[in-house]
Ligand binder design. Structure first.
Ligand code: SF4
Length: 305
C-alpha cells in the first residue's frame, strides 16, 4: 500500500459553517478524539511503517487547543511530521497569533496549513490569515495557505501572500457543498461520471480517522473502526475490490455505484463528487446493511440542530 499519511479529523465541531465543507463542520457538531485515543492511535499507526505524516484537522482543531498541541508533540516524538489545518479564527491580531502559535515553535517537523478564501471570509486572504502568516513567519513555523475556488468570484486568487504560497484547489460538491452550492452551477449528465477523479481508492496515499474511530478512504466511505480493530490490520486487510462501495466506484465511478444498487437519481450533476455523495445519502436509507461503510451520520449532515 502507498499509504504515507493519516489525517485525524480531530473533531467535526467548527466555529463556523462554511458552505463548501465536506464534513458538515459546525458549532452544533459534537465529539473529539480524546487524548488517550490519540495516543493509542498514534502507536497503532506507527506499525504501518510507510506512514510518515500526521495531519490534525477537523472541523476546527484549535477548538480543542491543548489536546491538539499535545497530539502534535506526541506524534513528532514518535517520528511523524505533523501538519495542522485551521481556518485561523484565533488570529485576531499578530500579537494574539504569536501567543497561539508559540508552542509550535518548539516542535520540530510541524507545519501549518491555513484555509483562507471567499468561503472563509470576504476576500481571498482574510485578516486572520494575514495575522497568522505574520506570526508563523516570526516564529519560523512553515505555513501555507489553502484556498478553494469559488464559481461566483471572478477576482483571481493570489499565488502567494507575504512570501507564503497559496495552494488553490477546485471546489468539490460533496457534504454541505452538495446542498448549498450546486444551484447555479453548470451540470453534466450522470452517465459522464464513470470514475472518481480525486482519490486513489485502490491504493490510498492517505486516510482519515474521526472521533468515532471510523477510517475513511474518502470522507464518508469507511473501511473499518480503529477503536474495534487495530489500524495496521484494517490497512493490511483492506481489499478495495471486495468493499461494497469502493468496488463499484473503482469499476465505474459514481455511475457504477448507482448502477450496482439500482439507486434512483437525477439526470444531471455538478461533478463526480456531487453524484457520488447523493447516491451514498440515498443508499444509507435504502440499504441499512451498507451503512457501516457509509458513515458516520456527521459526514452526511444528520443530527445537526
Ligand atoms: S467521486 Fe466520490 S469517492 Fe471520489 S472523491 Fe468524489 S466523493 Fe470521494
Amino acid at each position: 500500500m502507498n499509504l504515507t499519511g493519516v489525517h485525524f479529523l480531530l473533531t467535526y465541531r467548527c466555529d463556523t459553517e462554511c458552505d463548501h465543507c465536506f464534513v458538515w463542520g459546525s458549532p452544533f457538531q459534537k465529539g473529539v478524539i480524546k487524548l488517550k485515543e490519540i495516543l493509542f492511535l498514534l502507536n497503532e499507526i506507527r506499525k504501518v511503517e510507510a506512514v510518515k505524516e500526521i495531519s490534525l484537522e477537523g472541523g476546527e482543531p484549535f477548538l480543542y487547543y491543548p489536546i491538539m498541541v499535545k497530539a502534535a508533540r506526541e506524534a513528532v516524538k514518535l517520528g511523524f511530521s505533523v501538519e495542522i489545518v485551521t481556518n485561523g479564527y484565533w488570529a485576531c491580531s499578530v500579537e494574539d497569533a504569536l501567543e497561539w502559535l508559540k508552542p509550535f515553535a518548539e516542535i520540530e517537523n510541524i507545519s501549518l496549513s491555513l484555509s483562507s478564501d471567499y468561503f472563509h471570509g470576504e476576500k481571498w486572504i482574510t485578516e486572520e490569515a494575514e495575522n497568522a502568516v505574520k506570526a508563523a513567519k516570526k516564529l519560523g513555523i512553515p505555513i501555507i495557505i489553502l484556498a478553494v475556488s469559488n464559481p461566483n468570484i471572478s477576482e483571481k486568487c493570489p499565488n502567494e501572500v507575504l512570501g507564503v504560497p497559496v495552494d488553490i484547489s477546485e471546489l468539490r460538491f460533496r457534504g454541505r457543498a452538495a446542498e448549498k452550492l450546486v444551484k447555479n452551477v453548470e451540470k453534466r449528465n450522470w452517465t459522464e461520471f464513470k470514475e472518481c477523479p480525486y482519490e486513489d481508492l485502490a491504493d490510498p496515499v492517505r486516510v482519515h480517522i474521526d472521533p468515532l474511530g471510523y477510517v475513511h478512504v474518502c470522507q464518508g466511505i469507511c473501511i473499518g473502526d480503529a477503536f474495534q480493530k487495530s489500524f495496521s490490520k484494517i490497512i493490511k486487510e483492506y481489499k478495495p475490490y471486495s468493499h461494497p462501495i469502493v468496488e463499484a466506484l473503482l469499476k465505474n465511478g459514481p455511475f457504477g455505484l448507482a448502477q450496482k444498487y439500482g439507486v434512483p437519481h437525477k439526470e444531471f450533476y455538478a461533478d463526480a463528487c456531487h453524484f457520488c455523495y447523493e447516491i451514498r445519502c440515498t443508499l444509507r436509507k435504502l440499504l441499512p446493511e451498507v451503512s457501516e461503510f457509509l458513515a458516520p451520520d456527521q459526514v452526511y449532515g444528520e443530527g445537526l440542530s
